[in-house]
Design a protein around this ligand. Structure first.
Ligand SMILES: Nc1ncnc2c1ncn2[C@@H]1O[C@H](COP(=O)(O)OP(=O)(O)O)[C@@H](O)[C@H]1O
Ligand SMILES: [Mg+2]
Length: 365
């Protein structure tokens, strides 16, 4: 089957060029076997969802576990109403479990058995774990879409079921998101109640996903060459790596623009000029990924860090939380001497443009 570079959400091995998802994660199997709960955090569009969906699939196929990746994103609409958030999360979870045909009881079976009419996450996770012949592994995606009371409620339920694992609660559970939950004070609206210890204080370890290396970019682009005969010169691959610093979405977006639009004919060799052209188009079009970063520049705590960096000033007295937030977003990273820099040359071009227009707009108002 023909494959494509993917820029729309998680990759699927049958239709997308992709690097093996499992090699992007550290050894999680041991952690899972040891009944640990943990956190996977990385900026948007780094490949978290792709990697964890694959891991869940591999674990289930191993015949040792029932593993599933479930998202809490739909709960984002109800930050102050945990009950409504939970109802919509449980609906989406049940749809996913049904779609994957996992052998787990449905909501009405759980209601009947427990006598609980208003189901919550804890009740459902307990019922699933008790009913499953194999230990249950749950990966909770988009955890930082939740905030305020809803986030607290969800984390507290995980914590409160934790002692009953693996028979009465998932053997292992991972929170997947942008922030390390230790620092999610802001994500939860900076509410005072959260400044104390984390409600997910059972967390033992947290992991992150790195950007692609030059070698990774080479291997990914080579898949297209192998499939179509269209060659990337090594200077072109080097330049793509330089411009993106291996940011996975950007790496795909540049190649996609070239092979599907600018140089569709596989006889055309992909050189540095084509890479430059693709970069210009992405920046001009401000594709989804760049747009969602631009959105963050509306936040004061992001601007107070990014603006001085762009104008080459020293960062002074920057609150540690704000700094960590900007690093978690993937807008900035640390240079070899530990200083803070904009994460890659493409962002470095996009950000000043966005800031300029943001200023024009606020001058209008
Ligand atoms: N294993 C992979 N190989 C190649 N590209 C990938 C891989 N995983 C992710 N990507 C790129 O990153 C993008 C975002 O992937 P996704 O899994 O949705 O990330 P996240 O969950 O971190 O936002 C994909 O659209 C694709 O461009
Ligand atoms: Mg994701």
């Amino acid at each position: 089957m023909q494959k494509w570079f993917n820029t729309a959400g998680p990759c699927k091995a049958d239709i997308h060029y992709m690097l093996p998802a499992s090699e992007r994660l550290p050894e999680l199997e041991k952690l899972i076997a040891q009944e640990n709960y943990f956190v996977i955090h990385a900026p948007r569009q780094t490949g978290k969802t792709t990697a964890m969906i694959n891991l869940a699939k591999e674990l289930t196929e191993s015949g040792q576990y029932v593993a599933v990746m479930l998202s809490v994103e739909v709960g984002a609409a109800f930050p102050h109403n945990p009950q409504l958030a939970q109802n919509s999360i449980l609906n989406s979870w049940w749809n996913q479990v049904r779609f994957l045909q996992l052998p787990l009881p449905n909501p009405s079976q759980i209601q009947q058995e427990t006598g609980v009419s208003q189901l919550d996450l804890q009740t459902v996770l307990q019922a699933w774990s008790m009913a499953s012949a194999l230990p249950l592994i749950i990966f909770v995606d988009e955890i930082d879409a939740l905030s305020d009371e809803t986030l607290i409620s969800v984390l507290r339920q995980f914590r409160s079921g934790y002692p009953n694992r693996p028979k009465g609660f998932p053997q292992s559970l991972a929170l997947i998101g942008m922030r390390d939950v230790r620092d999610y004070k802001y994500a939860s609206g900076g509410s005072d109640r959260l400044q104390s210890s984390s409600p997910f204080n059972i967390k033992v370890q947290s992991f992150t996903l790195s950007n692609f290396t030059l070698e990774d970019v080479n291997r990914l682009y080579q898949q297209h060459t192998d499939a179509t005969g269209q060659v990337f010169t090594s200077e072109a691959v080097n330049l793509a790596f330089h411009l993106t610093q291996g940011q996975p979405w950007l790496v795909n977006a540049i190649a996609k623009e070239i092979v599907e639009y600018i140089a569709k004919d596989p006889a055309i060799e992909i050189n540095v000029d084509l890479i430059e052209q693709a970069k210009e188009i992405l920046i001009k079009r401000q594709d989804t990924h760049l747009d969602s970063l631009a959105e963050r520049l509306r936040e004061d705590r992001v601007r107070i860090i990014v603006e001085p960096i762009l104008s080459g000033q020293e960062l002074v007295n920057t609150p540690e939380d704000d700094l960590r937030y900007v690093l978690d977003l993937g807008l900035c990273n640390r240079d070899s001497r530990g200083g803070i820099q904009i994460a890659n040359p493409i962002y470095r071009e996009v950000i000043p443009k966005v800031l300029y227009f943001t200023r024009l707009k606020s001058a209008d108002n």
